[in-house]
Design a protein around this ligand. Structure first.
Ligand code: PLP
Length: 421
């Protein structure tokens, strides 16, 4: 009997019944999932889209090896930043011409913060979240270090709520749509209204919402946004990130990484820098085309279904997991920190537990792959494109077994010495 069918009376589990009725079940075949693995770490690195294997072969053998330098035009390499950007934009509510795929999130945060500061030259405060993914804050510190007058104010440090930090000195608010640790989802439209009422610029980090939570950048009035493609967009390790800027800002937009891909006429090889007209001015230099080629397959794997359908299934999966593990968590002193309210939840379930690291290791040994963030946070990502209800049921059963068997304590001393991630 498979783990998935445990807990069922007559052979077919609830999970299997719900999978059979799932309108998105055909998406799973678009991904390579290793045998015997239930993959709950797609919020860290998404699995490989099957189409990427043939695409890589084509990119290497035909486009690069045969096409050589001609492929910049013939294979559309040079245009990928914008063509993929527009497709990605559709997944996050951005009309065409406002998104480019390029660089890393860290680099794009750097560009976005400088661009925002330049749009508000009479202001000097950057507001961010103290609990943000560290690179966002490291980069904010780096930006602040380029001007002696800039101050960085943090939610959870300088005030309890981010709203209380935004005033007439605030130039830019850098904020995560979904918190990488707790999985909490912010109301983008409401926060934008407040940011704009106080005259500041909003920069959204979509790393944990792009591809899995409906995002409406244009509709919610976002100014700038960044996000990565290797989490819920499944575009591969280190795949290029993206950056968005609302078209109303384009004319006044400037950023300090003024490389030739952001030039108005990159192939004119002019002496001085002249920024390109639109979103292209946020580009810097030559992009990793082989990595960029995988973005096509990652987007193609989900862009033909409604984001609302992905969202409905994501919420159903996280609801199911929480329902199944909550009693055991309560009995063993573990806490689900991800909000129960749908409006405040991304697509992961985070649980704090003293022996969380050992539990995650014991689960990985059973093929249930989640991850751990120090000091005590277990994270389980639920990607609706390739996970089913039976997977969630099996993962919850494995979790409950590990929690109740005491194996977590056994593992603790043995494993704690080799924490790497
Ligand atoms: C994953 C993630 C990043 C990654 O940044 P890179 O520069 O692409 O390594 C940045 N910010 C957040 C919030 C993330 O979750």
């Amino acid at each position: 009997m498979s783990l998935a069918s445990l807990g069922s009376a007559g052979g077919v589990s609830d999970g299997e019944r719900r999978d059979a009725a799932d309108p998105l079940r055909h998406l799973r075949a678009r991904f390579h999932l290793p045998e015997g693995t239930i993959y709950l770490a797609g919020n860290s690195l998404g699995p490989a889209p099957v189409a990427a294997f043939a695409d890589m072969e084509t990119a290497l053998r035909r486009e690069w090896a045969e096409g050589l330098v001609r492929s910049w035009n013939d294979a559309g390499w040079f245009a990928l930043v914008g063509s993929l950007g527009d497709r990605l934009g559709r997944l996050v509510g951005a009309g065409p011409g406002q998104t480019v795929v390029c660089d890393s999130v860290s680099v794009n945060v750097y560009k976005a913060l400088h661009a925002a500061l330049a749009l508000r030259p009479d202001r000097n405060v950057i507001v961010a979240e103290g609990g943000s993914f560290p690179t966002d804050l490291y980069v904010a510190e780096g930006v602040a270090a380029t001007r002696p007058d800039i101050e960085l104010k943090l939610e959870g440090v300088d005030a309890e709520k981010i709203e209380d930090l935004i005033d007439e000195r605030t130039a830019v608010v850098l904020v995560n749509h979904v918190d990488y640790k707790t999985g909490e989802l912010r109301d983008m439209a409401a926060l934008n209204r407040l940011i704009h009422a106080r005259g500041a610029i909003a920069v959204w980090d979509l790393c944990h919402s792009a591809g899995v939570v409906p995002v409406d950048l244009d509709g919610a009035g976002a100014d700038l946004a960044v996000g990565c493609t290797y989490k819920y967009l499944n575009c591969g390790p280190g795949a290029p990130a993206f950056i968005y800027a609302g078209s109303r800002h384009h004319e006044a937009l400037s950023q300090p990484l003024s490389g030739w891909w952001g030039h108005a006429a990159p192939f004119a090889f002019e002496r001085g820098y002249r920024p390109a007209g639109g979103i292209q001015r946020l580009l810097c230099g030559t992009q990793p085309i082989l990595s960029m080629r995988v973005v096509d397959a990652g987007l193609a794997a989900i862009e033909d279904v409604e984001m609302s359908a992905l969202r409905a299934k994501s919420l159903a999966l996280t609801d199911l997991f929480m329902d199944l593990v909550e009693p055991v968590c309560r009995a063993h002193g573990a806490s689900i920190v991800t909000p129960r309210a749908h409006a405040a939840r991304g697509s992961q379930v985070s649980i704090t537990f003293e022996h969380g690291f050992a539990v995650v290791q014991a689960l990985i040994a059973r093929g249930v792959v989640g991850d751990f963030r120090a000091p005590d946070m277990m994270r389980f990502g639920f990607a609706p494109a390739y996970l089913g209800y039976a997977d969630v049921q099996a993962a919850a059963e494995a979790f409950n077994e590990v929690m109740t068997s005491g194996r977590s304590e056994e593992h603790t001393s043995e494993l704690q010495s080799r924490i790497t991630i």
